[in-house]
Design a protein around this ligand. Structure first.
Ligand SMILES: Cc1cc2nc3c(=O)[nH]c(=O)nc-3n(C[C@H](O)[C@H](O)[C@H](O)COP(=O)(O)OP(=O)(O)OC[C@H]3O[C@@H](n4cnc5c(N)ncnc54)[C@H](O)[C@@H]3O)c2cc1C
Ligand SMILES: *[C@@H]1O[C@H](CO)[C@@H](O)[C@H](O)[C@H]1NC(C)=O
Ligand SMILES: *[C@@H]1O[C@H](CO)[C@@H](O)[C@H](O)[C@H]1NC(C)=O
Ligand SMILES: *[C@@H]1O[C@H](CO)[C@@H](O)[C@H](O)[C@H]1NC(C)=O
Ligand SMILES: *[C@@H]1O[C@H](CO)[C@@H](O)[C@H](O)[C@H]1NC(C)=O
Ligand SMILES: *[C@@H]1O[C@H](CO)[C@@H](O)[C@H](O)[C@H]1NC(C)=O
Ligand SMILES: *[C@@H]1O[C@H](CO)[C@@H](O)[C@H](O)[C@H]1NC(C)=O
Ligand SMILES: *[C@@H]1O[C@H](CO)[C@@H](O)[C@H](O)[C@H]1NC(C)=O
Ligand SMILES: *[C@@H]1O[C@H](CO)[C@@H](O)[C@H](O)[C@H]1NC(C)=O
Length: 636
């Protein structure tokens, strides 16, 4: 292998010497035809093809060519690690410039979002720092940045907003560069370059991911945020489905597809979170929705996808064209099998919903036992409520050693008029009244999904760096006997009483009849409650204190939840990055097949994300010893 490395080194130094002035944008415009059942978006007709590559000389092709035709430079990762900034093999300034030219100027060198707060950065600017500080917990700020993510803990907390301008800010676990993608050719170039040069690759859409899957030290990022096209297809035709569908670019966010649905009179299956991507990591990891109790997961709606594979090729993935990948990519997790450029999903007729919010708490007239009896009465109705097609998002908070707050925020009763909603919840309300618990529901009927969702789901706070989350998909079996329901209730009560707040969804997500099965976590199919809890620590806690806090939370606190349903699982996209035996928890019985397909579609492990399929073969050697992305990515 040594001679090959020497040759490759010569190629790189030759590139370092040759000014890349003669390079032109590497892309070809192709006709908008696709097997997907809808034409390509304009962004998808600009592709890297063999013709486009024929403009490159042999040395450039070695870096940017497709797998199989480019000389593989995998010798660079012989150390077992992806190439890292400062390494001998790290691309020179000229290579990055050439890459930028081939991209048409879309390359962004990462400047951490909060660099304006630090006088060691040229971007230092007190006014800008104030804006970033004020908006830090607003998801829009991070979604609009090429490299920022919404859980800075997993980046490595290397550049948080501060008032101490002389503190340190480094790029840390953010990707080193990102491609601001506006066409498919740019994605193909980035995929080829990262694969050929042995670089770490990440895909960042919004940066919402709970486990730091959209960031990585020394990585080249593919930023899909600006792929915003939406086409409504009134009568989509395929062998398994005829009816309305939408084709969405990878950067489309929940609020955008819902606005389009209101305008055109359809209902889409997307998340409750306003700014979450609807065609990126969300749908690829399963995706639960206020519509899930009626129509299943977002991944279930997918009819076709356009995808750039790890070998750099752009392909259409349908049940007919590639049943294996069609199965794997719908639910098997983002950043794993390829870069999705668009998704075609079923949509549903316009539907109304009643949205209800209310709260109750312990207090002078409500004892701790009465409070919990009120919660218990609610839990007993989970099967009936989910089977009626509703979705409820509720919080249970310890407000003091012996005081608790229950917040219904909101109950989202799809296809229920106000009267139908009230009839559904009346038995629970009766119990609350009998227990002497005061509460005042604020319930409103809206005749369309967008208005109901807008009223019910305010923008959530993000970017807290002193907490870790964990979750469980509690199965219907836990409701099927009094003893198992007792165990479930006791586990929740014990967690909350120990000071760990819970936010949970009462919902179901069965695969609707006639839909093509996919790789979404089988635990979703039987769940009646997706419950999330979190641990937190003081801002000045040491890394050792944080790690021991995390370990206690992961093993002891979440251990109580697992014990009630050891064979169930957890939702990969809203979970604990340290979940033990994540393969079983996040993928269940699908893991073996997903693992096999990962080897087939990504034989060089170009794609890596923490807890993704195949990630057990890799480790991030993080600088602070916490489970973050601020370190070299190496084979185990
Ligand atoms: C406030 C908030 C609300 C949420 N609400 C919901 C909800 O209602 N329902 C729900 O199911 N989940 C919800 N989530 C979780 C959400 O599904 C995940 O955070 C998910 O990872 C977001 O996907 P994204 O593409 O927006 O984010 P990103 O963090 O940008 O990406 C997530 C993962 O997907 C990969 N990825 C992104 N785009 C692509 C692509 N085009 N091709 C291949 N891989 C890609 C990334 O590499 C990464 O691994 C919420 C999260 C937050 C923080
Ligand atoms: C490509 O690399 C080889 C080996 O270093 C060098 O001799 C040659 O001049 C290079 N070609 C171009 C077009 O830069
Ligand atoms: C290599 O390139 C040639 C044309 O330059 C093309 O016909 C062939 O399909 C390519 N092979 C692979 C494996 O990409
Ligand atoms: C940031 O906050 C300012 C007010 O401090 C507001 O005007 C601006 O719109 C916010 N920007 C974002 C991206 O949220
Ligand atoms: C600001 O940061 C510097 C460098 O880390 C540190 O020495 C100093 O004590 C900090 N000042 C304050 C007020 O925290
Ligand atoms: C990314 O590209 C979009 C579309 O061309 C452009 O509007 C935006 O300003 C670019 N963002 C950055 C940070 O370069
Ligand atoms: C909505 O509920 C009515 C009964 O009230 C039912 O007839 C109808 O099929 C439901 N709509 C959907 C889309 O399930
Ligand atoms: C009831 O909820 C709606 C949103 O659905 C809100 O606009 C209104 O202010 C609330 N009313 C009260 C009394 O809280
Ligand atoms: C369930 O819990 C209730 C209340 O603590 C108790 O009365 C009942 O006996 C328990 N049932 C079983 C089967 O454990």
């Amino acid at each position: 292998m040594a001679p090959r490395s020497v040759l490759v080194g010569a190629l790189l130094s030759a590139l370092a010497l040759a000014a890349p002035a003669e390079a032109a944008v590497a892309a070809e415009k192709v006709a908008p035809v696709s097997q997907a059942g809808a034409p390509l978006f304009p962004s998808e007709t600009v592709q890297l093809t063999n013709v486009a590559l024929s403009n490159l000389d042999a040395n450039q092709s070695a870096l940017f060519g497709f797998a199989g035709n480019a000389s593989s430079l995998s010798a660079r990762t012989q150390s077992g690690c992806k190439v890292y900034p400062g390494d001998f093999w790290w691309p020179s300034h000229w290579v990055w410039s050439l890459f930028d030219e081939l991209l048409g100027g879309a390359l962004i060198k990462t400047v951490p979002l909060a660099a304006s707060c630090y006088n060691s950065w040229p971007e230092y600017d007190a006014t800008e720092c104030e804006t970033v500080t004020d908006n830090w917990t607003n998801s829009n700020l991070h979604a609009a940045d090429a490299a920022s993510v919404m859980w800075p803990l997993f980046e490595g907390r290397t550049c948080l907003p501060t008032t101490n301008a002389s503190a340190s800010c480094t790029v840390g676990g953010y990707s080193s560069y990102a491609v601001n993608v506006t066409n498919v050719a740019q994605i193909q170039l980035a995929v080829n370059f990262a694969r050929n040069a042995g670089l770490r690759l990440v895909v960042k859409n919004t940066g919402h991911d709970f486990s730091g899957k959209s960031t990585g030290a020394g990585a080249l990022g593919i930023w899909t945020h600006h792929l915003k096209e939406i086409d409504y297809i009134e009568n989509y035709q395929s062998s398994s489905y005829q009816g309305p569908a939408v084709k969405m670019g990878a950067g489309v966010q929940a609020f955008e597809i819902y606005e389009k649905g209101k305008e055109l009179g359809f209902t889409a299956v997307g998340g409750e979170g306003r700014t979450v991507g609807v065609a990126g990591g969300y749908v690829l990891g399963g995706g639960h929705s206020p519509m899930s109790s009626m129509y299943g997961l977002a991944a279930d709606q997918v009819l076709a996808m356009e995808v750039v594979l790890a070998n750099g090729r752009f392909v259409t993935v349908t049940e007919e064209s590639d049943p294996d990948l069609f199965w794997a990519i719908r639910g098997g997790g983002g950043g794993t099998f390829g870069v999705v450029t668009s998704v075609i999903s079923r949509v549903h007729p316009k539907v109304g919903a009643t949205v209800s919010t209310f709260s109750f708490s312990t207090g002078t007239d409500v004892s701790v036992d009465a409070f919990w009896a009120g919660v218990r009465s609610y839990m007993e109705r989970f099967p009936a409520h989910a089977d009626a097609g509703t979705y409820a998002y509720f919080w249970i908070i310890a407000t003091g050693p012996n005081s608790f707050l229950f917040l219904m925020n909101p109950f989202f009763a799809v296809n229920h008029t106000l009267a139908q909603y009230n009839a559904l919840v009346q038995p629970w309300y009766n119990d609350l009244e009998a227990l002497g618990i005061p509460f005042t529901p604020n319930s409103t009927y809206y005749d369309n999904f967008y208005d109901a969702w807008s009223a019910g789901f305010p923008l959530e706070t993000v970017a807290l760096s002193t907490m870790l989350t964990g979750s469980r998909l509690f199965p219907r079996a836990n409701w099927e006997s009094e003893s198992s329901l007792n165990a479930t209730f006791d586990a929740l009560r014990s967690t909350i009483s120990a000071g760990y707040n819970v936010l949970a969804f009462n919902m179901k997500a069965e695969l609707p009849t006639g839909y093509t099965p996919n790789s979404a976590n089988p635990a979703f199919r039987t769940t009646l409650m997706h419950a999330i809890t979190s641990t937190s620590w003081d801002a000045d806690a040491t890394n050792a204190e944080i790690k021991s806090n995390m370990d206690y939370f992961t093993n002891t606190i979440l251990g109580q939840w697992r014990a009630t349903c050891p064979d169930a699982g957890a939702y990969m996209s809203e979970s604990d990055i340290l979940e033990p035996n994540f393969q079983q928890a996040f993928y269940g019985s699908n893991y073996a097949r997903l693992y096999q397909l990962k080897q087939r579609y990504d034989p060089t492990s170009l794609f890596y994300a923490p807890t993704a399929v195949g990630s057990e073969h890799w480790v991030v050697k993080s600088e602070d010893g916490l489970p973050d992305q601020n370190g070299r990515l190496c084979r185990v």
